[in-house]
Design a protein around this ligand. Structure first.
Ligand SMILES: [Zn+2]
Length: 138
């Protein structure tokens, strides 16, 4: 019987990169939640789900030599903190690039990628990773 992976069904926000906007303070948050962590009770009824563009800039990064077991197939890898539009900060793996390609302010975009696969049962976890946004040379 083919069913959607559990992770997808339970976390559509991860798949769609959906966050929230609090219409009380105007801030964005990810992942979605029902109460604004800044406004608390004032935000009740003022939370709106928004699809994030997923574009941001490298804020800091590190090259990780020893990753968790499930990432062993692609180690070493680059793990970065990314400042997104709307003031959000994401952390995640940056793929398809070398450390030398990165600078503070390098534009990146979040993409959905397979994160890991659990044994023969084939439960696949998806999440976002980052790729460089190609900018035209001056
Ligand atoms: Zn708020």
């Amino acid at each position: 019987m083919a069913t959607a992976p559990r992770f997808w069904r339970e976390n559509p926000s991860r798949y769609n990169l959906v966050g929230i906007k609090c219409n009380s303070c105007g801030r964005h948050f990810f992942p979605p939640r029902s109460i604004c962590p800044v406004c608390h009770r004032k935000s009740v009824g003022k939370i709106e789900r928004v699809k994030l563009k997923g574009e941001g800039k490298i804020f800091s990064w590190t090259e990780v030599q020893e990753g968790p077991e499930e990432l062993s197939s692609n180690r070493p890898y680059i793990y970065a903190m990314v400042e997104m539009e709307d003031g959000l900060r994401f952390t995640g793996q940056v793929i398809d690039c070398e450390p030398a390609d990165l600078q503070i302010g390098t534009p990146v975009r979040a993409v959905l990628r397979k994160l890991s696969e659990e044994g023969p049962s084939g439960v696949i976890h998806y999440g976002y990773k980052f790729v460089l946004r190609k900018e035209k040379s001056p």
